[in-house]
Design a binder for this molecule. Structure first.
Ligand code: GLN
Length: 193
């Protein structure tokens, strides 16, 4: 049976675990390097990317996470997407696994948090439901650029990139774990294989 780990240093890891269990997947919290040895894929939740990065360094997880992502699937939501990126234009620990650059808190104060229906065509691979995905953005980053092996999975109507994929690596600027829609989780399971 597939076992998914959720990095549980800070942020919305409990919500991811709840939704994974709901779709019948074994889900465990990852806090220590050895926890990575028993899982097939990893979710890095939303939260505060600087904090997650610093804690990953302190807990001896940083290099292990990088090595894990070279071979196995990782999905970063919001702060997790920042942590996966190769550049966030700030001094903070980044895994640099994905060829994406991000701009933190890109949506400004007024609309720092908002919800929007987003078309994600790739979800058709896991569900006959082709309704747009109700995406929740909370002080979200913008995926400013996608290069190399990374591709765009979803944009806002104005073209701003909100989801990207690079092989078995997935980044979403929004929070599918805060909705009842499990399609992005099921899409990630497909990348886990
Ligand atoms: N603003 C946070 C950061 O820059 C991300 C917010 C979130 O994960 N909801 O790390």
């Amino acid at each position: 049976m597939t076992k998914i780990g959720v990095l549980a240093l800070q942020g919305s890891f409990r919500e991811h675990i709840t939704i994974l269990k709901k779709i019948g997947v074994e889900a465990v919290e990852v806090r220590l390097p050895e926890h990575l040895e028993e899982i097939d894929g990893l979710i890095i939740p939303g939260g505060e990317s600087t904090t997650i990065g610093k804690l990953a360094v302190d807990f001896g997880l940083f290099e292990k996470l990088r090595a894990f992502g070279r071979e196995k699937a990782i999905w970063g939501t919001c702060a997790g997407a920042i942590f996966l990126s190769k550049d966030a234009h700030r001094q903070q620990p980044l895994l640099e696994l994905m060829d994406i650059t991000v701009e933190r808190n890109a949506y400004g104060r007024q609309i720092a948090s908002f919800e929007m229906d987003v078309e994600i065509p790739a979800l058709k691979k896991v569900s006959p439901n082709d309704a747009p995905f109700h995406a929740i953005f909370i002080r979200a980053p913008l995926i400013a650029s996608v290069s190399g092996g990374a591709e765009i999975l979803a944009t806002l109507p104005d073209g701003r990139i909100v989801a990207a994929q690079q092989g078995h690596l997935l980044a979403t600027a929004f929070h599918p774990e805060l909705t009842n829609d499990d399609r992005v989780h099921r899409y990630f399971l497909k990348l886990v294989g």
